[in-house]
Design a protein around this ligand. Structure first.
Ligand code: FES
Length: 431
């Protein structure tokens, strides 16, 4: 624990690169971060009916998310307790039961073991089926998003999200009707550490306004715009959660970047349409209408871009690889042509083949490659932007606020990571 504490300094803004490439640290992350945090699994509209299920992951553990008869949700380990086989091998579907394909142990949709073939013939005494049912996770929702957590002692999702909720609402609470997921879940692999992706969505407006997305703008600008129309904004803020490692950044009243990414139809929908006026009444003018070009991460691996409306989980696959599981969310009562515009612009920009997605992935892959080097893997990295320049009593914005080009939220993310890695009891760790 003392050695881990030397790897990150919130006070000085310095990170040791070993947190991105060390195998032993990664094994500890699976236990101390992923098995104790709330992980995004999907959207309520992915599983609307009884028996609808989605197979996904908490960390590297496969789990089944299932809608129950009483409309509640269950999440349990996708592993048979007999000889360890997967219970369900589909991506998603509707099930009346989950029957293991190895020897046929049957489970109901709540995950309870209900039938063992040849039980009487094979066992002198019946097995205690509750003891041999798969491990259940806690499952809670916020604004249609489904999160799960293995840890009974962890704070509730509501406490966990705390002061980040108004910033989440910018994308997920714009209208009474809520949101819905459209299209499928896109999945792809990037050879990088999960923290690079989470950190960028948490704290890095800098890359978008400087170098990285110039190629995306040049190659993929909507045809009705040209590069000179893109006015890179400077007004905005960054939010760092007081607890939990969450962060977001956004521009205020400057739609240039959003326009360059999503085009005029979506920009108008977010900023000046009748639906934007409704959001403004619901969330207040700042959160409903004036914030735009936003990036956000809920620690550890739930990231999204309000206005672009992509949301994803960065599922870790060892220290050097992630699986990205991304889907599109829209206001449930948005006009059909706006839903279609979000779908098309998402595919063009932030998807497996999206022009801006390539810019981000390229950076993360190149950095991770460098860590093969003996010196490079131990480099000290600088995250000092905005150091000493934040306030916790901003009149308009909850949380800890700094300028839009800052790394305070990144420092907050890594400080929380460090606490998760080194504080083994919720007695000290809880909010
Ligand atoms: Fe599942 Fe045997 S491994 S029934």
């Amino acid at each position: 624990i003392d050695e881990i504490k030397k790897l990150v300094s919130d006070e000085n803004g310095i990170i040791d690169a070993r947190i991105y490439n060390d195998e032993a640290l990664y094994e500890l992350e699976l236990e101390r971060v992923f098995a104790r945090s709330w992980i995004l699994l999907g959207h309520e509209s992915h599983v609307p009916n009884t028996g609808d299920f989605l197979n996904t992951y908490i960390g590297e553990d496969p789990v089944i998310l299932v809608r129950q008869k009483d409309a509640s949700l269950r999440v349990f380990l996708n592993q048979c307790h007999h000889r360890g086989m997967k219970l369900s091998r589909d991506d998603a579907g509707n099930a009346k039961a989950f029957v293991c394909t190895y020897h046929g142990w049957a489970h109901d949709i709540s995950g309870q073991l209900i039938d063992i073939p040849f039980e009487k013939e094979g066992h002198c005494e019946p097995l205690d089926k509750s003891e041999w049912s798969p491990l259940q996770a806690r499952v809670e929702t916020y604004r249609g998003l489904i999160f799960a957590n293995w840890d009974e002692q962890a704070p509730s999702l509501d406490e966990y999200l705390s002061d980040s909720k108004p910033y989440i609402d910018v994308m997920f609470n714009r209208t009474e009707a809520g949101t819905e997921a459209i299209g499928g879940i896109q999945k792809w692999v990037i050879p990088t550490n999960w923290k690079f992706a989470a950190e960028q969505f948490c704290s890095d407006m800098y890359h978008a306004a400087t170098m990285s997305h110039l190629s995306g703008f040049t190659a993929g600008l909507p045809e009705e715009l040209n590069l000179n129309d893109i006015d890179i904004p400077t007004q905005g803020n960054q939010f760092r959660a007081k607890w939990g490692g969450h962060g977001t950044g956004y521009y205020v009243d400057q739609p240039g970047l959003l326009q360059g990414i999503m085009g005029p139809a979506i920009t108008e929908y977010i900023t000046t349409s009748p639906q934007a006026e409704i959001a403004s009444k619901r969330l207040g003018p700042m959160f409903g209408q004036r914030m735009m070009g936003q990036h956000m991460t809920i620690f550890p691996t739930c990231s999204f871009l309000p206005g672009v409306n992509t949301i994803r989980t960065w599922h870790p696959r060892g220290p050097n690889e992630i699986e990205v599981w991304a889907f599109i969310v829209v206001d449930a009562d948005a006009p059909d042509h706006i839903k279609e515009e979000f779908r098309k612009q998402n595919i063009r920009t932030f998807s497996a083949g999206g022009v801006f997605e390539q810019d981000d992935g390229e950076n993360w892959i190149e950095v991770q490659k460098l860590f093969r080097g003996n010196k490079a893997r131990k480099t000290k990295l600088n995250m000092q932007m905005g150091l000493g320049d934040s306030t916790t009593d901003h009149p308009d914005f909850p949380g800890r606020i700094s300028g839009v080009y800052s790394e305070d939220a990144a420092r907050g993310m890594y400080q929380h990571w460090l606490r998760m890695m080194t504080e083994l009891s919720w007695d000290t760790l809880k909010p």
